[in-house]
Design a protein around this ligand. Structure first.
Ligand SMILES: C[S@@+](CC[C@H](N)C(=O)[O-])C[C@H]1O[C@@H](n2cnc3c(N)ncnc32)[C@H](O)[C@@H]1O
Length: 254
């Protein structure tokens, strides 16, 4: 009947098989809404995630006709617009694992760069972890999408981590900084470009990198092959389609 469903805040986004008529989708949405009292809006996902900003289009099916919501995960809240800003609720566990691991490795006053940060879920989940442990750090949250940065700024205040996170709007490859970071997170878009050269520019000897790669494991290992990068481990970090994986590679700059 339906291919997939994502619950983002109080919005349900449903992807149907193509052959169902619109009226059927409306009726399905109506009953879905009746059954799930916490959901206020049902949208149909009408395109795949596309372009540099990784966005998709939707069609309104039932409830309140809106695209903006607040999503809660890992004791954090995120304002976002489901059509204008990338956000995947499926990455919640991954954000937890990454934040937990970094919070064990990190030293006081470390400098952290989160590239491709979207509405800032990685920086904020990490900042909350560090704040709870009493560890001070400076986290730069870099994102190209102007609207995502507006939400990011709101989210920093909403989660009371303004002493930790600074939002920088612009291309993550061209950040105007002389800073050399201790930790770099790259939850990068699933595009051909790997952005590997940028991490060497922002890092120094000993910098830890958390890099996302997509597809076959061998291909991902090949794209990070560089004599200045030592791979510490590679593990699955969720799927992007049936039997297609996102990988997390932890590396160190030599
Ligand atoms: C896969 S999404 C990850 C978003 C976020 N890390 C999250 O977990 O929700 C990739 C993000 O990279 C952004 N992006 C694409 N190219 C970029 C670039 N050159 N510089 C900065 N951000 C970019 C997109 O707008 C998108 O928000």
């Amino acid at each position: 009947m339906r291919k997939s469903i994502d619950l983002i805040g109080d919005i349900a986004i449903i992807k149907f098989h193509n052959f169902y008529p619109f009226l059927f989708k409306k009726i399905y949405a109506y009953f879905f809404l009746k059954k799930h009292k916490e959901i206020k809006t049902i949208l149909e996902k009408t395109t795949d995630i596309k372009g540099r900003l990784r966005r998709f289009k939707t069609k309104f099916l039932a409830g309140e006709n809106k695209r903006e919501t607040i999503h809660k995960e890992n004791y954090c809240s995120f304002y976002l617009n489901v059509e204008e800003t990338y956000f995947s609720p499926r990455l919640a566990h991954e954000r937890f694992l990454t934040a937990e691991e970094i919070s064990k490795e990190i030293k006081q006053n470390s400098k952290i760069l989160v590239m491709f940060a979207g509405v800032s879920p990685y920086p904020i989940v990490l900042a909350k972890f560090l704040k709870n442990k009493g560890i001070k750090a400076k986290i730069i949250s870099s994102e190209l999408n102007k609207k995502a940065c507006v939400y990011g700024k709101k989210n920093v205040l909403l989660n009371k981590v303004q002493n930790y996170v600074e939002i920088l709007q612009g291309d993550s490859r061209k950040i105007k900084t002389k800073e050399k970071f201790d930790i770099i997170l790259m939850p990068r878009p699933n595009l051909k470009e790997t952005f590997i050269d940028s991490i060497l520019k922002y890092g120094k000897r000993g910098t830890l990198i958390y890099y996302h790669g997509f597809g076959v494991k061998e291909k991902v290992l090949k794209e990070v092959r560089n004599k200045r990068l030592k791979i510490i481990y590679i593990r699955k970090a969720g799927d992007i389609a049936p039997k297609k994986w996102r990988w997390l590679i932890k590396m160190k700059i030599l």
